[in-house]
Ligand binder design. Sequence first.
Ligand code: FAD
Ligand code: 2OP
Length: 844
Amino acid sequence: MTTDVRSRKSAGSGAFDAPYATPDESLAAQLIADSAQSDAADKRIDARATRLIEGIRAHAGGLGGVEDFLHAYSLSTKEGLALMVLAEALLRVPDAVTTDRLIEDKLKAGDWTSPDLKSNALLVSASAWTLGMTVRIIQPGETPDSILESLAKRLGVPAVRSATRQAMRLLGSHFVLGQTIEEALDRADRNGGLRYSFDMLGEGARTAADAERYLSAYAAAIDAIGKAAGDDALPNRPGISVKLSALHPRYEAVSRGRVLAEIVPRVLALARKARDHDLNFTIDAEEADRLELSLEVIAAVVADTSLRGWEGFGLAVQAYQKRAGAVIDWLAELAKARQRRFMVRLVKGAYWDTEIKRAQERGLGDYPVFTRKPMTDLNYLQCTRKLLAARPRLYPQFATHNALTVASVIEDAGGAGAYGAGAYGAKGYEFQRLHGMGEVLYETLSAELPDAACRIYAPVGGYRDLLAYLVRRLLENGANSSFVAVAADPTVPISTILRRPRAWIGEAKQARHPKIPLPHHLYGAGRRNSAGVEFGDAKSLEALVNDVRGADVPTLATPILNGIALSGTERPLRSPIDGNIIGQVREANPVMASAAMAAAQTGFAVWSTTPVATRARCLERAADLFEKQRARLIALTQHEGGKTLDDALAEVRETVDFCRYYAAQARESFAPTALPGATGESNTLRYRGRGVFVCISPWNFPLAIFCGQIAAALAAGNTVVAKPAEQTPLIAAAAVRLLHEAGVPSAALHLVPGDGTIGAALVADARVAGVAFTGSTEVARLINRALAAKDSAVVPLIAETGGINAMIVDATALPEQVTDDVITSSPGEMPAAMMLRCRAAVHE
Ligand code: FAD
Ligand code: 2OP
């Protein structure tokens, strides 16, 4: 067991242990009640927000030539987006010649004729953000290629070619202040007097070398920023934003011990540098499952006495997370306990699509984030008040591009009069915006409130590190719920934009989005999603690990015929982890194999005529039992199969999903169906089982594939003789016992552990009616030939064989995504497709 979940008491502060995903309804009532404003306050907010929105709208340009089009509409028209898709891919092409060839290739007249084929390639290469964006402004069926096609027809190919080149330049400069910190500082200097928080692009390190590279980039940037910082005092000094995921390749909860040991010294070294220059040093907020770990890292870093007296340390808090308020409370406590001041950036959160999809994938009980945008807005307001009340220990930094949010913050902060000029005191606070966003909003604000302090978060770096950041910006710009999108759309009345979050929500019971089901209900009423465990929730992880450690793991596997354990030649079983003996298997001999076939043949008469609903219920009960015995099965899968905790949990979940899936399929496909125009029982179409299925499964998914084959055969009314891999009979025996306990008759399922000769004997048996096999192509061929040699009716073989697949990765791919696809998600669904589906479901 490599999972490190040692006690979380650290750094002399209380551990952060707010519930991971409180039900929305129970949070909503309080949030709604707390958001009430007086009429006068509401009027002031309306008036200010209206002025700000009018200011934004007054700056929107008209559609003119290509250049106008790019500048004014680059990120809010489908043509602009399509160009961005192409441009973004081009940015990562290493040489100019290939860049030109790719543009020409995309714009060649003949190329537009079959958009579907090529658009797929382009979509894939252009990565997830395209899909995320498309839902709002790109119609179904439209693709970047087809949009570019119509643009080329309208403007001509040369114009589109030059627009693409411009889009590339625009992408480079729109969201990124400079490719190097020197360039960025120079550009910042020319903007004179503005506060900056520089962000070195790069996150999600996948290797130690990546982490080293990012660490050096941060360190060098801090020195450079410090040297150019001038003489003002905090908060009127520049800063740096740091992503912990850039600093460690295993920045994840299951590697907690290693992360704390290795990341804390790195962050501390950077923080000390920032302290030397008296800069604002902010830890960005990333995915929800990293929140607890990030707070542990932060607590450990700020405990270091060398940072005493410096007031620039800070972090970002995401209001879309249900735990945001608890984070602020925890921070205020920490600041008090350490006699320190922190700068706290309040954001709404940039990873919403990912959070929703992850929680669904992981089969969590609930979401860690809200599912309705107004809930996020309400929570932001409550967090605003908490932060304002926690001054001067916490210095609030309100990061938003939303005029209504800005107006509400100003109201809560005591109106314009109390808007101190950035004082780091009881009345001080600042706003923040991202480079390339919110310029007009804050220009308009500072025209009416010259004291308004606004810091600009300014990404710095090369194109190779831009994509992940860009995805989030484009999702933010493109989401139909986004303020920037509605503010830019003149057809949306200002009164609609001014509608308060509490009015959108209505009642607490409507706090959830009606089209986003809980992760357990993802597959609808017919099938429950298997339950997972959130490793980022330390309490859940600890509980699981303790259960697994304490699990009573069986040590003997035997042949099981009609539910009876048989004797046989014993062979020791060794763990693949350390080679230690973990149990014994009594292997079946050919006589037992034949007896098993005979028993299964006898069992077929009853099982095949058992009503479909009964068969399905057995499998569903089995799924529930597998879930109940999760810890024991995980322990066994680890001992005998050598699986990591993550893989072992996934294995149990897949088993559960298989059972429920085949139960649902059986109900749907095997229920009697009336033949067209016919009446009466004899005129119904009814699928029936074929007879005895031999199921032969591999070692690498010793529980899931073993059970998946069996569940499919049983669901269809067949009986089963199962032969597990030689390496994993303990898991197989435990699974068979559970299936029997769930109600699968002992006559319908028999186990014959053994090597390939037993498998061959089963396949050769005259009573075999079908074979399900997962394993090597070579063995599948042998089975195929053995079945073909029979004189009897054709025996179907369902074979899932291994193979070697090529994956072609070109320069336009995001290396981190490729790594994940190959190592962790293959052959899973494309994350982009997931995002699309997720976003398609949530339009308010
Ligand atoms: P709005 O349009 O009012 O709100 C958008 C928010 O609503 C988003 O958080 C979105 O996820 C959320 N939302 C949309 N639909 C739903 C839904 N159905 N249910 C619930 N919520 C929904 N983000 C980070 O995650 N970490 C950071 O460290 C970080 N740093 C930032 C620094 C600065 C200076 C700025 C300006 C932003 C930063 N962001 C960060 C990004 C920030 O989260 C987004 O810019 C922000 O969410 C936009 O909020 P808004 O008030 O401008 O827009
Ligand atoms: C992001 O990287 C700005 O931290 C925020 O999306």
